[in-house]
Ligand binder design. Structure first.
Ligand code: 5GP
Length: 122
């Protein structure tokens, strides 16, 4: 196995090889709490298919799953932070991407307060 074909940390979570605080799962996507939260609510929504490294690849290759990521993000934001949230996809190292298995960050203030401008990417 080459280094590039090593499973990402998110594939290890999907396969239950490492633990995570999973808040949602269906056949296509999984969502769990970020291990290093940058906001009172910080969830990651991750397609189970590891083929797409970033949101541009996902949009081009499987837009239905991108729509499902957005749908699940809204459902979770409604549950965890009153339906108002920030949805972030980092693409590329210089933009802060560290895990090259496409994922959406769902950032929210919880049920009171507001996000600061620095939530993620700072
Ligand atoms: P990126 O920087 O690639 O946009 O986002 C990757 C995110 O994954 C980071 O916010 C980081 O805290 C989170 N992360 C990295 N490793 C783990 C892990 O093992 N478990 C969980 N729950 N989150 C992780």
């Amino acid at each position: 196995m080459t280094e590039e074909s090593q499973p990402t940390v998110f594939s290890l979570i999907i396969d239950r090889k490492i633990p995570a605080d999973i808040v949602y799962e269906n056949d296509a996507v999984i969502a769990f709490k970020d291990i290093n939260p940058k906001a009172p609510v910080h969830l990651l929504v991750v397609p189970k298919n590891p083929a797409f490294r970033n949101v541009s690849e996902l949009a081009a290759g499987d837009p239905t799953i991108l729509a499902e990521v957005v749908r699940v993000a809204k459902e979770l934001a409604t549950k965890f932070c009153g339906g108002e949230y920030r949805l972030v996809f980092n693409e590329g190292e210089s933009a802060g991407q560290t895990v090259f298995h496409v994922h959406a960050h769902v950032l929210g203030s919880g049920l009171d307060g507001a996000l600061t401008e620095g939530s993620l990417g700072d």
